[in-house]
Design a protein. Structure first.
Length: 134
């Protein structure tokens, strides 16, 4: 459904270092440097041919802010991949968001999901998710 997701980063190099460590666990290569037309730094992570994730310095030169109630979710191919993603994030200094359980199974609506949550260096809530087959 989505072509890409982009999050603002207050410290773009610190954010790149963080995302390089966790995105590799989902099969992405380290972030590729791109510049927008005004010279603002962006890094792009290719997940597959149709999807990408970007971090960017805000182009309005205002601080990047997190969206309360929002989560960006990344697909994972297994529970082990989710656990590796989460462990890499914790090792990189990411806290688990408030009120979020540790990595594990969540059930609802007739489906089982294996989820893990982190906060990135700019405070954005991110998640890795594996859909458990029926």
């Amino acid at each position: 459904m989505f072509s890409h997701v982009m999050l603002g980063a207050n410290d773009i190099e610190k954010s790149k270092e963080f995302y390089d460590k966790i995105m590799v666990e989902l099969g992405a290569q380290p972030g590729k440097l791109t510049l927008n037309h005004d010279g603002h730094t962006r890094y792009i992570y290719f997940i597959n041919r149709n999807n990408s994730f970007l971090i960017s310095q805000p182009i309005n030169n205002e601080p990047a802010t997190q969206a309360n109630g929002s989560t960006i979710g990344f697909n994972a191919a297994s529970t082990e991949m989710v656990d590796k993603w989460h462990a890499a994030g914790v090792k990189a200094g990411a806290p688990t968001p408030e009120l979020c359980d540790p990595p594990g199974i969540r059930e609802g609506g007739g489906v089982q999901l294996y989820l893990a949550y982190l906060r990135d260096p700019s405070g954005n809530k991110i998640c890795a998710m594996y859909r458990i087959p029926r």
